[in-house]
Design a protein around this ligand. Structure first.
Ligand code: URA
Length: 434
């Protein structure tokens, strides 16, 4: 076999065998296949795509390229959750303690933010003292004893995906459904859960800008999960505006704590309940979605979910006092309000621009490995559908670097469209793929 022949075959739209896909992936990982040939292969996949079977093989090969976490030592059904990435998406911070407090073990490996989207691990690190790197032994023992642990992905989790993703990032081959689906699902398979709930975002702040392409991505991921024997379900959820009212790490932790206290924005709480209900059903904690929703709402009302979050913070070395006194979170005291230039309804918001505006302030990374400022970000006062008078506050920027402010202000002003007519309201959950 030669790389040339496999590239040619895919270029000519001929289906690849497992051996051919493995030859390309492993050859690239071992350094036997150079970047230029792998880049050509990825571009051929970009234009010719992969069918269900090819995706299934690609996912398995990438998953098995590194550690396969064995969660079988933890009693019960383990259900993972994954979001395809959005702006202001702090659901894991709320959802994980909610479902854990209902008896579902949470052994979660999360990622860091990149581009306009945030990551759970960065957010957790804005809690003073919180450790996101635990030994495998401590990770397992925390889940066994406390029912919850959230850590960063180990360096050796699906290393083939890491290397291929880096090449996709510089060769304009990120946004192809087979490549995205196998990239995400390889990490989910390696992370060892029995079931997977996917939150596939749709809209201006998401990878997938329309429902049709988001449905295709969801279908591809659900098929891969099921073929690997994992119960998998995907919700298609709105990302045409940011989720909740905050974007930026410490700001999002504060909002997550408020939500666990029952004082959070409705969209955020509802999404946590919807995703959590699927998790409790797959985990056989609840017999159906309605009873799961009820159990989850009670976990907030009773304070059980908040107490589980406090336990999580304590066992991972963080200062649990932040829960009672969120001023202990380091949120920048330099603020700039953005006001409406005219009266009318907020007709639309470009969530990606809002995410970029926060990133420019330092809350996110342009490149992997960039240092970020956990104390900065954006707090929204008005969202799509709200009426606003000229001069009223739309949002507040929290910043430290004065020299970045102007660029961020311009970006966020551009993100709001105000009109005389009220927009049609958009559903939070567009559909379920299972
Ligand atoms: N997230 C991933 O992990 N991989 C992709 O390809 C896209 C988003």
């Amino acid at each position: 076999m030669r790389p040339y022949d496999v590239i040619l075959k895919k270029r000519n739209n001929v289906k690849l065998s497992k051996e051919e896909i493995k030859y390309m992936v492993m050859g690239f990982i071992n350094g036997e296949i150079p970047d230029y040939q792998m880049a050509a292969f990825l571009m051929a996949v970009y234009f010719r795509h992969m069918d269900e079977e090819e995706r299934y093989h690609l996912t398995e090969i990438m998953a098995k390229s590194g550690d396969m976490i064995d969660l079988s030592v933890i009693p019960g059904i383990k259900v993972d959750k994954h979001s395809t990435g959005g702006v202001g998406d702090k659901t894991t911070l709320i959802l994980a303690p909610m479902v854990a407090s209902c008896g579902l073990p949470v052994a979660k490996m999360s990622g860091r933010g990149l581009g306009h989207t945030g990551g759970t691990i960065d957010k957790l690190e804005s809690i003073p003292g919180f450790k996101t790197a635990l030994s495998e032994e401590d990770f397992m023992s925390n889940v066994k004893r406390h029912g919850i642990a959230i850590v960063g992905q180990t360096a050796n989790l699906a290393p083939a995906d890491k290397k291929i993703y880096a090449l996709r990032d510089v060769t304009a081959t990120i946004d192809e459904i087979s490549l995205i689906a196998s990239s995400i699902m390889s990490k989910k398979l390696a992370a060892g859960a029995d079931g997977i709930v996917l939150d596939v975002k749709v809209g201006s702040g998401a990878f997938m800008k329309d429902i049709s392409s988001a449905t295709d991505l969801a279908r591809a991921m659900v098929d891969i999960g099921k073929r690997h024997g994992k119960e998998t379900v995907a919700l298609l959820t709105d990302m045409d505006k940011p989720l909740g009212l905050t974007i930026g790490n410490a700001l999002e932790v504060e909002e997550a704590i408020d939500t666990l206290k029952g004082n959070g924005p409705k969209d955020l709480e509802e999404l946590c309940v919807e995703l959590g209900a699927q998790m409790l059903k797959i985990g056989k904690i609840s017999p159906d979605l309605d009873s799961a929703r009820e159990t989850l709402r009670n976990s907030i009302k009773s304070g059980k979910a908040l107490e589980k979050f406090r336990e999580l913070v304590e066992i991972q070395g963080g200062n649990p006092n932040v829960i009672d006194d969120t001023s202990l979170l380091n949120i920048s005291t330099h603020t700039r309000t953005i006001t409406a230039t005219r009266s009318g309804y907020i007709y639309s918001m470009d969530a990606e621009k809002i995410g970029i505006s926060s990133m420019i302030l330092g809350a996110g990374r342009i490149h992997k490995g960039d240092k970020i400022d956990l104390s900065v970000g954006v707090k929204l006062t008005k969202k799509t559908g709200d009426f606003v008078k000229a001069g009223e506050t739309l949002c507040t920027l929290y910043y430290n670097r004065e020299e970045k402010l102007k660029e961020s202000v311009n970006m966020i002003q551009d993100a709001y469209t105000i009109k005389d007519t009220k927009p049609e309201s958009v559903k939070l959950v567009h559909g379920v793929v299972q």
